[in-house]
Design a binder for this molecule. Structure first.
Ligand code: GLV
Ligand code: MG
Length: 301
Protein backbone atom coordinates (compact mmCIF):
# COMPACT_ATOMS: atom_id res chain seq x y z
CA UNK A 1 0.00 0.00 0.00
CA UNK A 2 1.33 3.44 -0.89
CA UNK A 3 1.31 6.15 1.77
CA UNK A 4 -1.35 8.79 1.09
CA UNK A 5 -1.63 10.78 4.33
CA UNK A 6 -1.30 14.03 2.39
CA UNK A 7 -2.29 14.18 -1.29
CA UNK A 8 -1.20 17.49 -2.78
CA UNK A 9 -3.30 19.00 -5.57
CA UNK A 10 -1.19 20.86 -8.14
CA UNK A 11 -2.78 22.55 -11.19
CA UNK A 12 -1.20 21.14 -14.34
CA UNK A 13 -1.36 24.63 -15.80
CA UNK A 14 1.06 26.08 -13.22
CA UNK A 15 4.73 25.14 -13.81
CA UNK A 16 5.85 27.11 -10.74
CA UNK A 17 3.59 25.09 -8.42
CA UNK A 18 4.70 21.86 -10.14
CA UNK A 19 8.33 22.77 -9.46
CA UNK A 20 7.62 23.67 -5.83
CA UNK A 21 5.60 20.49 -5.16
CA UNK A 22 8.69 18.34 -5.68
CA UNK A 23 10.30 19.78 -2.56
CA UNK A 24 7.28 19.33 -0.26
CA UNK A 25 6.78 16.44 2.14
CA UNK A 26 3.44 15.30 0.68
CA UNK A 27 3.02 11.52 0.41
CA UNK A 28 1.24 11.95 -2.93
CA UNK A 29 1.24 14.69 -5.55
CA UNK A 30 -1.44 14.76 -8.21
CA UNK A 31 -1.11 16.99 -11.25
CA UNK A 32 -4.58 18.24 -12.05
CA UNK A 33 -5.96 18.45 -15.57
CA UNK A 34 -9.56 18.81 -14.35
CA UNK A 35 -11.31 21.52 -12.34
CA UNK A 36 -8.24 23.57 -11.44
CA UNK A 37 -7.48 24.03 -15.14
CA UNK A 38 -9.49 26.36 -17.41
CA UNK A 39 -10.83 24.81 -20.64
CA UNK A 40 -8.49 27.01 -22.70
CA UNK A 41 -5.48 25.72 -20.75
CA UNK A 42 -6.26 21.98 -20.90
CA UNK A 43 -3.83 21.15 -23.71
CA UNK A 44 -0.96 23.09 -22.21
CA UNK A 45 -1.63 21.45 -18.83
CA UNK A 46 -1.34 17.99 -20.43
CA UNK A 47 2.00 18.93 -21.95
CA UNK A 48 3.20 20.35 -18.63
CA UNK A 49 2.16 17.17 -16.84
CA UNK A 50 4.08 14.94 -19.28
CA UNK A 51 7.18 17.14 -18.96
CA UNK A 52 6.88 17.15 -15.15
CA UNK A 53 6.57 13.37 -15.03
CA UNK A 54 9.56 12.92 -17.33
CA UNK A 55 11.91 15.53 -15.90
CA UNK A 56 10.74 16.07 -12.32
CA UNK A 57 12.10 14.43 -9.20
CA UNK A 58 9.14 12.67 -7.58
CA UNK A 59 11.19 10.16 -5.63
CA UNK A 60 9.60 9.11 -2.37
CA UNK A 61 6.17 10.30 -3.55
CA UNK A 62 3.18 8.65 -5.15
CA UNK A 63 2.76 10.53 -8.43
CA UNK A 64 -0.68 10.79 -9.99
CA UNK A 65 -2.46 12.75 -12.73
CA UNK A 66 -6.13 13.72 -12.42
CA UNK A 67 -7.70 13.49 -15.87
CA UNK A 68 -11.03 14.98 -16.91
CA UNK A 69 -14.21 13.00 -16.33
CA UNK A 70 -15.64 10.53 -18.85
CA UNK A 71 -18.42 12.86 -20.03
CA UNK A 72 -15.94 15.44 -21.35
CA UNK A 73 -14.23 15.75 -24.71
CA UNK A 74 -10.84 15.77 -22.96
CA UNK A 75 -10.82 12.48 -21.10
CA UNK A 76 -9.58 10.05 -23.77
CA UNK A 77 -6.78 12.31 -24.94
CA UNK A 78 -5.73 12.98 -21.36
CA UNK A 79 -5.18 9.25 -20.91
CA UNK A 80 -3.50 8.68 -24.30
CA UNK A 81 -1.14 11.66 -24.08
CA UNK A 82 -0.18 11.20 -20.43
CA UNK A 83 0.42 7.45 -20.63
CA UNK A 84 2.12 7.49 -24.05
CA UNK A 85 4.22 10.44 -22.96
CA UNK A 86 5.22 9.30 -19.48
CA UNK A 87 3.35 6.13 -18.50
CA UNK A 88 6.55 4.56 -17.15
CA UNK A 89 6.79 7.40 -14.60
CA UNK A 90 3.18 7.38 -13.45
CA UNK A 91 1.77 5.57 -10.41
CA UNK A 92 -1.96 6.20 -10.90
CA UNK A 93 -4.55 8.11 -12.84
CA UNK A 94 -7.22 9.83 -10.75
CA UNK A 95 -10.65 9.68 -12.36
CA UNK A 96 -13.05 12.40 -11.12
CA UNK A 97 -16.86 12.35 -10.97
CA UNK A 98 -17.14 8.56 -11.09
CA UNK A 99 -20.84 7.75 -11.03
CA UNK A 100 -20.93 4.21 -12.30
CA UNK A 101 -18.66 1.15 -12.40
CA UNK A 102 -18.53 1.45 -16.21
CA UNK A 103 -16.53 4.68 -15.89
CA UNK A 104 -13.71 2.83 -14.17
CA UNK A 105 -13.98 -0.12 -16.56
CA UNK A 106 -13.55 2.29 -19.48
CA UNK A 107 -10.33 3.64 -17.98
CA UNK A 108 -9.07 0.16 -17.08
CA UNK A 109 -9.56 -1.04 -20.68
CA UNK A 110 -7.95 2.00 -22.23
CA UNK A 111 -4.96 1.66 -19.88
CA UNK A 112 -4.63 -2.01 -20.78
CA UNK A 113 -4.57 -1.17 -24.49
CA UNK A 114 -1.94 1.55 -24.13
CA UNK A 115 0.21 -0.51 -21.77
CA UNK A 116 0.19 -3.38 -24.27
CA UNK A 117 0.99 -1.10 -27.20
CA UNK A 118 3.93 0.44 -25.36
CA UNK A 119 5.10 -2.75 -23.66
CA UNK A 120 4.85 -1.07 -20.25
CA UNK A 121 5.65 -3.49 -17.46
CA UNK A 122 4.63 -1.30 -14.53
CA UNK A 123 0.85 -1.39 -14.17
CA UNK A 124 -0.83 1.97 -13.70
CA UNK A 125 -3.34 2.16 -10.84
CA UNK A 126 -6.63 4.02 -10.62
CA UNK A 127 -8.01 6.34 -7.95
CA UNK A 128 -11.77 6.99 -8.19
CA UNK A 129 -13.42 10.17 -6.93
CA UNK A 130 -16.90 9.85 -5.45
CA UNK A 131 -18.48 13.27 -5.70
CA UNK A 132 -22.18 12.99 -6.46
CA UNK A 133 -25.31 11.33 -5.13
CA UNK A 134 -25.17 8.88 -8.02
CA UNK A 135 -21.56 8.01 -7.32
CA UNK A 136 -22.35 7.34 -3.68
CA UNK A 137 -25.38 5.19 -4.45
CA UNK A 138 -23.21 3.09 -6.78
CA UNK A 139 -20.09 3.13 -4.62
CA UNK A 140 -20.04 -0.61 -3.86
CA UNK A 141 -20.06 -1.55 -7.55
CA UNK A 142 -17.50 1.18 -8.30
CA UNK A 143 -15.17 -0.09 -5.58
CA UNK A 144 -15.32 -3.61 -7.03
CA UNK A 145 -15.02 -2.57 -10.69
CA UNK A 146 -11.28 -3.00 -11.38
CA UNK A 147 -8.24 -4.57 -9.78
CA UNK A 148 -6.33 -1.44 -10.76
CA UNK A 149 -8.26 0.53 -8.14
CA UNK A 150 -6.15 1.62 -5.19
CA UNK A 151 -8.33 4.17 -3.47
CA UNK A 152 -11.69 5.91 -3.31
CA UNK A 153 -11.52 9.67 -2.86
CA UNK A 154 -14.33 11.83 -1.47
CA UNK A 155 -14.92 15.02 -3.49
CA UNK A 156 -16.79 17.23 -1.02
CA UNK A 157 -17.19 20.37 -3.16
CA UNK A 158 -18.87 18.64 -6.10
CA UNK A 159 -20.73 16.38 -3.70
CA UNK A 160 -22.24 19.23 -1.68
CA UNK A 161 -23.39 20.83 -4.95
CA UNK A 162 -24.84 17.50 -6.10
CA UNK A 163 -27.01 16.99 -3.03
CA UNK A 164 -27.88 20.66 -2.52
CA UNK A 165 -26.24 20.97 0.90
CA UNK A 166 -27.03 24.43 2.25
CA UNK A 167 -23.53 25.85 2.68
CA UNK A 168 -20.66 27.17 0.64
CA UNK A 169 -17.89 26.24 3.07
CA UNK A 170 -16.51 22.87 1.98
CA UNK A 171 -16.06 20.35 4.75
CA UNK A 172 -17.63 22.46 7.50
CA UNK A 173 -21.01 21.64 9.03
CA UNK A 174 -23.92 23.33 7.21
CA UNK A 175 -25.51 26.05 9.42
CA UNK A 176 -28.78 24.88 10.93
CA UNK A 177 -27.82 21.20 11.06
CA UNK A 178 -27.34 21.20 14.81
CA UNK A 179 -25.09 18.92 16.79
CA UNK A 180 -24.37 15.99 14.49
CA UNK A 181 -21.92 15.53 11.64
CA UNK A 182 -23.61 16.10 8.27
CA UNK A 183 -20.79 14.19 6.53
CA UNK A 184 -20.84 11.06 8.67
CA UNK A 185 -23.01 8.95 6.40
CA UNK A 186 -21.11 9.92 3.26
CA UNK A 187 -17.66 9.29 4.75
CA UNK A 188 -18.72 6.00 6.32
CA UNK A 189 -20.37 4.81 3.10
CA UNK A 190 -17.17 5.47 1.12
CA UNK A 191 -15.01 3.89 3.82
CA UNK A 192 -17.09 0.70 3.93
CA UNK A 193 -17.01 0.27 0.15
CA UNK A 194 -13.26 0.89 0.16
CA UNK A 195 -12.44 -1.51 2.97
CA UNK A 196 -14.75 -4.23 1.65
CA UNK A 197 -12.55 -4.19 -1.47
CA UNK A 198 -9.16 -3.66 0.21
CA UNK A 199 -8.88 -0.09 -1.01
CA UNK A 200 -7.67 3.03 0.73
CA UNK A 201 -10.10 5.86 1.51
CA UNK A 202 -9.05 9.48 1.10
CA UNK A 203 -10.89 12.61 2.21
CA UNK A 204 -11.09 15.57 -0.17
CA UNK A 205 -9.98 19.20 0.06
CA UNK A 206 -10.47 21.88 2.72
CA UNK A 207 -10.57 25.13 0.84
CA UNK A 208 -9.94 27.64 3.67
CA UNK A 209 -6.20 27.33 3.15
CA UNK A 210 -5.29 30.04 5.69
CA UNK A 211 -7.18 28.18 8.45
CA UNK A 212 -4.84 25.31 9.37
CA UNK A 213 -6.74 24.67 12.63
CA UNK A 214 -9.92 24.22 10.60
CA UNK A 215 -8.08 21.83 8.30
CA UNK A 216 -6.90 19.81 11.30
CA UNK A 217 -10.38 19.64 12.79
CA UNK A 218 -11.95 18.38 9.57
CA UNK A 219 -9.04 16.02 8.87
CA UNK A 220 -9.28 14.51 12.37
CA UNK A 221 -12.91 13.62 11.72
CA UNK A 222 -11.94 11.50 8.70
CA UNK A 223 -8.84 10.07 10.40
CA UNK A 224 -10.90 9.04 13.43
CA UNK A 225 -13.21 6.96 11.23
CA UNK A 226 -10.25 5.21 9.57
CA UNK A 227 -9.53 7.26 6.46
CA UNK A 228 -5.94 6.98 5.22
CA UNK A 229 -5.36 10.58 4.21
CA UNK A 230 -6.70 13.83 2.85
CA UNK A 231 -6.09 16.19 -0.02
CA UNK A 232 -3.94 19.20 0.71
CA UNK A 233 -3.98 22.39 -1.33
CA UNK A 234 -1.18 24.38 0.24
CA UNK A 235 2.21 23.73 1.84
CA UNK A 236 0.75 24.74 5.23
CA UNK A 237 -1.64 21.77 5.09
CA UNK A 238 1.02 19.16 4.26
CA UNK A 239 2.57 18.83 7.72
CA UNK A 240 -0.85 18.92 9.37
CA UNK A 241 -2.11 16.15 7.08
CA UNK A 242 0.89 13.93 7.70
CA UNK A 243 0.51 14.42 11.43
CA UNK A 244 -3.25 13.87 11.65
CA UNK A 245 -3.14 10.67 9.58
CA UNK A 246 -0.22 9.17 11.50
CA UNK A 247 -0.81 7.52 14.86
CA UNK A 248 0.46 9.43 17.92
CA UNK A 249 3.86 8.30 19.22
CA UNK A 250 2.08 6.99 22.32
CA UNK A 251 -0.47 4.93 20.35
CA UNK A 252 2.29 3.62 18.09
CA UNK A 253 4.42 2.45 20.99
CA UNK A 254 1.40 0.89 22.66
CA UNK A 255 0.58 -0.99 19.47
CA UNK A 256 4.13 -2.37 19.22
CA UNK A 257 3.88 -3.42 22.85
CA UNK A 258 0.63 -5.30 22.22
CA UNK A 259 2.21 -7.08 19.26
CA UNK A 260 5.28 -8.12 21.29
CA UNK A 261 3.20 -9.26 24.27
CA UNK A 262 0.75 -11.17 22.10
CA UNK A 263 3.56 -12.91 20.26
CA UNK A 264 5.08 -13.98 23.58
CA UNK A 265 1.82 -15.24 25.11
CA UNK A 266 0.66 -17.18 22.07
CA UNK A 267 3.98 -18.81 21.20
CA UNK A 268 5.84 -19.23 24.52
CA UNK A 269 2.87 -19.65 26.86
CA UNK A 270 0.45 -20.91 24.19
CA UNK A 271 -2.42 -18.78 25.46
CA UNK A 272 -4.95 -17.12 23.16
CA UNK A 273 -5.74 -14.26 25.53
CA UNK A 274 -3.61 -12.57 28.17
CA UNK A 275 -3.29 -9.44 30.28
CA UNK A 276 -1.10 -6.51 29.32
CA UNK A 277 -1.26 -4.24 32.37
CA UNK A 278 -4.98 -3.73 32.98
CA UNK A 279 -5.94 -4.58 29.42
CA UNK A 280 -6.98 -7.93 28.06
CA UNK A 281 -5.48 -8.68 24.65
CA UNK A 282 -6.40 -11.36 22.16
CA UNK A 283 -6.28 -11.98 18.40
CA UNK A 284 -8.61 -9.04 17.71
CA UNK A 285 -6.35 -6.72 19.72
CA UNK A 286 -3.44 -7.93 17.60
CA UNK A 287 -5.31 -6.98 14.43
CA UNK A 288 -6.07 -3.49 15.77
CA UNK A 289 -2.48 -3.09 16.89
CA UNK A 290 -1.20 -4.19 13.48
CA UNK A 291 -3.11 -1.38 11.75
CA UNK A 292 -1.70 1.28 14.08
CA UNK A 293 1.82 -0.20 14.00
CA UNK A 294 1.82 -0.40 10.19
CA UNK A 295 0.79 3.26 9.90
CA UNK A 296 3.37 4.24 12.53
CA UNK A 297 6.18 2.36 10.82
CA UNK A 298 5.22 3.89 7.46
CA UNK A 299 5.37 7.32 9.14
CA UNK A 300 8.84 6.55 10.47
CA UNK A 301 7.81 6.68 14.17
C1 GLV B 1 -12.90 17.76 -5.38
O1 GLV B 1 -12.74 17.43 -6.52
C2 GLV B 1 -14.15 18.21 -4.88
O2 GLV B 1 -15.09 18.33 -5.68
O3 GLV B 1 -14.26 18.44 -3.66
MG1 MG C 1 -14.52 17.73 -7.69
Amino acid sequence: MRARRSCLAVPGSNPRFIEKAQGLAADEVFLDLEDAVAPAAKEQARENAVAALRDGDWSGKTIVVRINDVTTQWAYRDVVDIVEGAGDRLDCLLLPKVEDASHVVWLDMLLTQIEKALGLTRRIGIEAQIESARGLVNVDAIAASSDRLETLVFGPADFMASIGMKTLVVGEQPPGYGEGDAYHYILMRILMAARANDLQAIDGPYLQIKDVDGFRRVARRAAALGFDGKWVLHPSQVEAGNEVFSPSQEDYEHAELILDAYEYYTTVERRGAAMLGNEMIDEASRKMALVVAAKGRAAGL
